[in-house]
Each structure stands twice: as C-alpha cells, then as structure tokens.
Design a protein around this ligand. Structure first.
Ligand code: DX5
Ligand code: ZN
Length: 214
C-alpha cells in the first residue's frame, strides 16, 4: 500500500501545528515539508525555526524536501530541527555523493530529487546509497500545478533501474499534481510514496481525501 505524505505547503500557515495534527488524524503516514529558498525555486517558504516549532505537533515522520541551493550548508540545521528524512535535489549540489553521505552520517535516510527535465542517469552512481528517489511530477516551486504525463515513463524506467540492481527496497516518491486519478497512474508506474498538497489540504474532509488517494 502506498505511503501518503501530505505537503504542508498547501496548509494554512497561520495554523500550521493544527493542520499537521489534522493530517495525522486523517490517516497521513508522513508529513512532507517543502523548504524553498527563493533561488533554486521561485518561491520561499520556511526554514529550521518553523520546522522546530511544529515538530511536537505530531509523531509522524517529517519528510523534508529541500528545494534549496547548496543544501550541504544547512543539512545539519534541518536534522537538528527535527527532520526524520532529508531529500536534496541533484541539480542543487555539485557534490551529490558527498551530500548524500552527509545526510546518512547524521543518521537519517537520504533522498535524491530530480526535476522533470533531469535525466535518471544522474542517479547511476549513487543509487546504492539512497533510501528514496523523488521524481518531481511538476516543476518545483508551487502547489496546485498540473501533473506532467512524461513522468510516468520516467517512473517505469526508474523502477526497472532499481530492480536491475536489486534495489527494490528504495522508495520511489512522486510530488506535484497528485490526485485520485494521477495517484493510480503513478502507483501503476512504480511509485510507492505519494506527496499531495492541494488534494489533501485543499479539501474540507482530509480523511476522505487521503482515503481517495490510497
Ligand atoms: C512542489 C512541492 C510540492 C507541492 C505539491 O514544488 O514540492 O510538495 O506542495 O503540491 P500539489 O500536490 O498541490 O501539486
Ligand atoms: Zn515537495
């Protein structure tokens, strides 16, 4: 069964702690935390102090998606703020291998995210070191964008890459434009962790929204 990770990007920031509690009560598995720096992506969200402030709202894992340039400079701050897993963009760090080791050395599972235009080949020599690959199904920066269909081919290729290498345990996460229709398509194509912003926090009945994604 797929892991459902609501993205708090679409939550009410004035009531962030309560929104996270509501997502937990509604059946979420992970809380997806979108960190944007206004450079790597054209939008700015929050950093370690806000994450630390809402950490006690839930026992669910904080799945921190860093859409920031040079994440290696601030990974320890995100770990200290309460991240349970950290995903960096392959496009945002020159030394991807070193950055992955840095996350693992902090005792956290490491993820690598790829923008829609980034080929799977960048993963070739790090695949054995990661716990999760995040296939962006929109260009990162904003919630509520339309799912990019080509992502389905990419997901199928990634699943094959993983099984060819005996790495079937690696999580395949998707993020962007996931709703009850696209959820079915991405799971068929090989995804097992679904991030959803609007499809959860945009709905009044979050439990029904999460059930619909599952
Ligand atoms: C996109 C973010 C996503 C975003 C998804 O840059 O990484 O996590 O919140 O939002 P929806 O599900 O609304 O497309
Ligand atoms: Zn995200």
């Amino acid at each position: 069964m797929a892991i459902i990770a609501p993205s708090i990007l679409s939550a009410d920031f004035a009531r962030l702690g309560d929104e996270i509690k509501a997502a937990e009560q509604a059946g979420a598995d992970w809380i997806h935390v979108d960190v944007m720096d206004g450079h790597f992506v054209p939008n700015l969200t929050f950093g370690p102090p806000v994450i630390a402030a809402v950490r006690s709202a839930t026992k669910l894992p904080f799945d921190v998606h860093l859409m920031i340039e040079r994440p290696e400079l601030s990974i320890p701050s995100y770990a200290a703020a309460g991240a349970d897993r950290i995903t960096v963009h392959a496009e945002a760090t020159v030394h991807l291998h070193r950055t992955i080791q840095q996350i693992k050395d902090l005792g956290l599972p490491a993820g690598v995210a790829l923008n829609p235009g980034t080929p799977l080949s960048v993963l070739e020599h790090v695949l054995g070191d990661v716990d999760l690959v995040l296939i962006m199904t929109v260009n990162p920066g904003f919630g509520g964008q339309a799912f990019i269909e080509e992502s389905l081919n990419k997901l199928r290729q990634l699943r094959k890459m993983l099984s060819d290498r005996g790495l079937d345990h690696v999580h395949v996460q998707v993020d962007g434009g996931i709703n009850s229709t696209t959820a079915k398509q991405v799971v068929e194509a090989g995804a097992n962790v679904l991030v959803a912003g609007n499809a959860v926090f945009g709905e009044r009945d979050r439990a029904a929204a999460i059930a619909a994604l599952r």
